[in-house]
Design a protein around this ligand. Structure first.
Ligand SMILES: *Cc1c(COP(=O)(O)O)cnc(C)c1O
Length: 397
C-alpha cells in the first residue's frame, strides 16, 4: 500500500480531505473500507516476526486496522496532536483514558458541568478502585488550584459544556495541571477541531465523541483519544489492545469521510445557530439564551479567545417550567425531539427530564439546569425555516 506524501505541511482543509489516506494496489480514489478481523501472513516466519514487532503490518483488527488508522491519522492532523487512537464510542475513549492512566490512591479534579456518563465514570466507577475525585466550578481557577493534591493525576473538562455551554479557560487549567505534575484532559465533542484545538492551548489529552458533529449525520457511534507518545506508551496502548474498545472499520470509514466536510459543516451549523440564538433572544416568550459568541454570554470574551465560532448548540430558557417546555417541544414541526446532537437534522431536548434526569435536584441546580431549559442542536436546514418553526411552537406556550 502506498502512503500519502507530506500531510504535516498541508493546510487544514487539505489535511481534512487527504490526510492519512493510504491506497491499495487498486489505486482507488476513495479511502478503502477494509472490513476484516484478521490478516494473512506470507509464511509462518513472517507471523513470528510480526508478533515480535520486527515486521510492520497488521495482525488483528482489535489491535489495529488500516481504515481505522486512516481515521486516526486524519484526526491527529486536524487536532494538531502527535497521535490519535479511535474507540467504539466517546465514552469508551473517556473510560480508557481514566482506567488506563489511574491506579488506586490517585486523585482526579473535574469540572462539575460534564456529560452525564463522564460524571458517572468519575463519581461511581473510579471510587470502586480507590480513585478519588473533586468536582469544581470549571470557571473558578482558584477552585481548580485549591483542589490539587500531590496525588492528583488528571484534570477533566468539557468546554463548551452540556447543556449550559459554560466555557473553561483551557490554557489556564492546563498550567495548573502542569504545575501539579498532572495532565489536563479536554472533551472537545461540542467544538470539534474545526472550532477549537485544545492541545495548541496546552491540554495534554483530548477526547472525542465522534458520534456527534464529526459523524455529523447521526449515523454511527465512535470516539477518539488524542495524546502524546509517552502517554500512549505508558498508559494507553496495552490497555486498548487488551481490553478491546475498538472502533469498527465501517464506522471509521464513515467518520473519515465526514472529516472531509467537517469545517464546511461546522461553519454552516455556527451561522444558523447564531441566527437562531439572536431570534430566540428577541422573542417575548424566551427568558434567556445561552450561546458562547453572543455578547450576553457571561464568558463571551473567553469563548472568542479559544474558539473560532460559537458552535452548533443553543440553549435557552422559556417563561414557565416543564409543562410549557413539553407543550413547546411537542408543537415543533421540523425540529425533532431527540437527546442526540451534532446531526444535520435539528434536534431539541429537555435536559431536566432526559440527559440530566438521573442527577439529584441539587446537582442539577449546581449544573445550572432548570425546568424551563431546552437544548437545541441546530442542524443544516434553512435557518429561516427553523426560526419560523420555533416561533409557531412558542405560540403554543
Ligand atoms: C455524547 C457525548 C459523549 C459520549 O459519547 P458517546 O459517543 O455517546 O459515547 C461524551 N462527551 C460529550 C460532550 C458528548 O456530547
Amino acid at each position: 500500500m502506498a502512503t500519502n506524501k507530506t500531510p504535516g505541511n498541508w493546510r487544514r482543509r487539505t489535511q481534512a480531505v487527504r490526510g492519512g489516506q493510504v491506497r491499495t494496489a487498486f489505486q482507488e480514489t476513495c479511502e478503502p473500507l477494509l472490513m476484516t478481523a484478521g490478516y494473512a501472513y506470507e509464511e509462518a516466519e513472517q507471523a513470528e516476526a510480526r508478533f515480535k514487532g520486527e515486521s510492520p503490518g497488521f495482525q488483528y483488527s482489535r489491535l489495529a486496522n488500516p481504515t481505522v488508522s486512516m481515521f486516526e491519522q486524519r484526526m491527529a492532523l486536524l487536532e494538531g496532536a502527535p497521535l490519535a487512537r479511535a474507540t467504539a464510542t466517546g465514552m469508551a475513549a473517556v473510560s480508557a483514558v481514566f482506567l488506563g492512566a489511574l491506579k488506586t490512591g490517585d486523585h482526579v479534579v473535574s469540572a462539575t458541568a460534564v456529560f452525564g456518563s463522564c460524571r458517572y465514570v468519575i463519581e461511581t466507577v473510579l471510587p470502586r478502585f480507590g480513585i478519588t475525585c473533586t468536582f469544581v466550578d470549571g470557571s473558578d481557577l482558584a477552585a481548580w488550584q485549591a483542589a490539587m493534591r500531590p496525588e492528583t493525576k488528571l484534570l477533566f473538562v468539557e468546554t463548551p459544556s452540556n447543556p449550559t455551554l459554560a466555557i473553561v479557560d483551557i490554557a489556564a487549567v492546563a498550567k495548573i495541571a502542569q504545575a501539579g505534575g498532572a495532565r489536563l484532559v479536554v472533551d472537545n465533542a461540542f467544538a470539534t477541531p474545526a472550532l477549537q484545538r485544545p492541545m495548541e492551548l496546552g491540554a495534554h489529552i483530548v477526547v472525542h465523541s465522534s458520534t456527534k458533529f464529526i459523524d455529523g449525520q447521526g449515523r454511527a457511534l465512535g470516539g477518539a483519544i488524542l495524546c502524546h507518545q509517552d502517554f500512549l506508551d505508558e498508559n494507553l496502548q496495552q490497555f486498548l489492545r487488551n481490553t478491546g474498545p475498538s472502533l469498527s472499520p465501517f464506522n471509521a470509514w464513515l467518520h473519515l469521510k465526514s472529516l472531509e466536510t467537517l469545517e464546511l459543516r461546522m461553519r454552516a451549523h455556527c451561522d444558523s445557530a447564531t441566527k437562531v440564538a439572536d431570534f430566540l433572544a428577541g422573542h417575548a416568550k424566551v427568558r434567556r439564551v445561552l450561546y458562547p459568541f453572543r455578547d450576553d454570554h457571561p464568558q463571551a470574551a473567553l469563548a472568542r479567545a479559544q474558539m473560532s465560532a460559537g458552535g452548533g448548540v443553543v440553549t435557552f430558557e422559556i417563561g414557565g417550567a416543564k409543562p410549557e417546555a413539553f407543550r413547546f417541544a411537542n408543537a415543533l414541526r421540523i425540529v425533532d425531539i431527540s437527546n442526540n446532537l451534532g446531526d444535520t437534522k435539528s434536534l431539541i431536548t429537555h435536559p431536566e427530564t432526559t440527559t440530566h434526569q438521573k442527577m439529584t435536584p441539587q446537582a442539577r441546580a449546581a449544573a445550572g439546569v432548570t425546568s424551563g431549559m431546552l437544548r437545541l442542536s441546530v442542524g443544516l436546514e434553512d435557518a429561516d425555516d427553523l426560526c419560523e418553526d420555533l416561533d409557531q411552537a412558542l405560540k403554543a406556550i
